[in-house]
Write a protein that binds this ligand. Structure first.
Ligand code: GDP
Length: 450
């Protein structure tokens, strides 16, 4: 199983850590040294290991302590986040966003799994995504190669370009494109020839095919078992031909996973798919967060910390609510409140749910408090000094001018914001003063999650 070794080691390190009530800096350092060793043993590139450990360390030092989780659980969450970032943050599926026929070129060394992967992708695109797919083998070196693709094509019910003996790879590519266009195919997959190692002739051939077929995707197929060689290979191919993504094959046999972990950070190119077996269905999407969960195996702790972090926002909100009640509602409070509002998807929905809030809602509508404006207002506030935010009364003409140009708005907009803040502060104060926690403000506060 992929990442088996790494996963076992990391869970060993963190199981112990999460149970401790407190952590010293030394505890964290010891754990990070073990993490470092585990990553190196998994054949992760040295630079990637270094930056990984540095990131975790600096975030662990700067992290807000959240009540209700242990420091070790915090560290697990941080490691999880850094893992996801290292893997590329978001999943990047095959991109078909172009006028059909969309050409996808599949390249790589001999035996990496190009032909198998081409057929797997064809099957997925035709079955799951209902695309009309044509496959073409551009491998004229190995006589059996074109037949191999044709056999797979019949097996999965995907058409292959008829073979014409004596054609060059570029000629086949051009013919494939024409056939696809004339016969209304959505996607044409070009399976290219490989070599046992990278050489100039191979690179030259790939560049020529690329020039002739203008592929929308150029996928490098690389063998996960070759570890850092796969990463270096991707770098070379990308430098010479330019690739749009990587398919790592044989992850079913890779207990280490170093190539998967280093690929994105070293090459800057996303892993799009994983080949996990010889069967035509053994193709997986590459989801950084799911892979991180597979590696760390601590999904429960991660979601626990996420929930706890949400309630930190609630604590912050409570603090604002308290300040509002006391009639202290400065621009810092407003900014934080706007941030919260933004996060829960704008004011309209929440305010609409409160019958007693109709009047305030109108007032806010009059003040034009929509999401775009919330963004602009936050920009204005962030262009102020801390002193100005705490004490808006000092904002005279020259300061306003500076703030306006700092946030790219007109002085008029700054004035509007200040006026609105004034109104809100007054409104909060009167509501709060009258009903002390209960009533309208209390209701509103609780709707804000305060
Ligand atoms: P090509 O020379 O790059 O086209 O490689 P092939 O597609 O012919 O694959 C070479 C061998 O690797 C074949 O026996 C495939 O069945 C096998 N293979 C390809 N992908 C995978 C994979 O993800 N896992 C495993 N276990 N075997 C694979």
């Amino acid at each position: 199983r992929m990442f088996e070794g790494l996963s076992e080691k990391l869970s060993g390190i963190f199981d112990a850590l999460t149970r401790r009530g407190s952590l010293s800096e030394e505890d964290v350092n010891v754990a990070l040294r073990e993490v470092r060793r585990a990553l190196l043993e998994a054949d992760v590139a040295l630079d990637v290991v270094r930056s990984f450990v540095d990131k975790v360390r600096s975030r662990a030092v700067g992290a807000n302590v959240i009540k209700s989780v242990t420091p070790g659980q915090m560290v697990v969450k941080i490691v999880n986040d850094v893992l996801i970032e290292t893997l590329g943050a978001e999943a990047e599926p095959i991109n078909l966003d172009a006028a059909p026929p969309v050409a996808i070129m599949v390249i790589g060394l001999q035996g990496a799994g190009k032909t198998t992967t081409t057929a797997k992708i064809a099957k997925r695109l035709s079955e799951r995504m209902k695309r009309k797919v044509l496959m073409a083998s551009l491998d004229v070196k190995r006589p059996a190669a074109q037949e191999q693709l044709a056999v797979l094509g019949r097996q999965i019910g995907v058409e292959t370009l008829p073979v014409i003996a004596g054609q060059t790879p570029v000629q086949i590519a051009v013919r494939a494109e024409q056939a696809a266009r004339l016969q209304g195919f959505d996607v044409v997959l070009l399976d290219t020839a490989g070599r046992t190692h990278i050489d100039e002739a191979l690179m030259q051939e790939m560049a020529e095919i690329k020039a002739a077929s203008k592929p929308h995707e150029i996928l490098l197929v690389a063998d996960s078992l070759t570890g850092q060689d796969a990463v270096n290979l991707a770098k070379s191919f990308d430098g010479r031909v330019g690739i749009t993504g990587i398919v790592l094959t044989r992850v079913d046999g890779d207990g280490r996973g170093g190539a998967a972990l280093s690929m994105r950070a070293v090459t800057g190119k996303p892993i799009k798919l994983l080949g996990a077996g010889e069967k035509m269905d053994a193709l997986e999407d590459f989801h950084p967060s799911r892979i991180a969960n597979r590696i760390l195996g601590m999904g429960d702790i991660v979601s626990l910390v996420e929930k706890a972090a949400e309630s930190i926002d609630a604590e912050k909100a409570q603090r604002i609510a308290d300040r509002m009640r006391k009639g202290k509602f400065d621009l810092e409070d407003l900014s934080e409140q706007l941030a919260q509002v933004e996060k829960i998807g704008g004011l309209g929905g929440i305010m609409g749910m409160l019958p007693g809030m109709a009047k305030i809602k109108d007032q806010l509508a009059a003040a034009n408090l929509d999401d775009r404006i919330i963004k602009r207002q936050r920009a204005i506030i962030s262009s102020m000094t801390r002193q100005e935010r705490r004490n808006p009364d000092i904002l005279k003409a020259s300061r306003k001018k500076r703030i306006a140009s700092g946030s790219g708005v007109k002085v008029e907009d700054v004035n509007k914001l200040l006026k609105q803040h004034r109104q809100m502060a007054d409104m909060m104060k009167s509501l709060g003063g009258a009903k002390r926690g209960g009533g309208a403000l209390g209701k509103m506060a609780s709707m804000f999650g305060m």
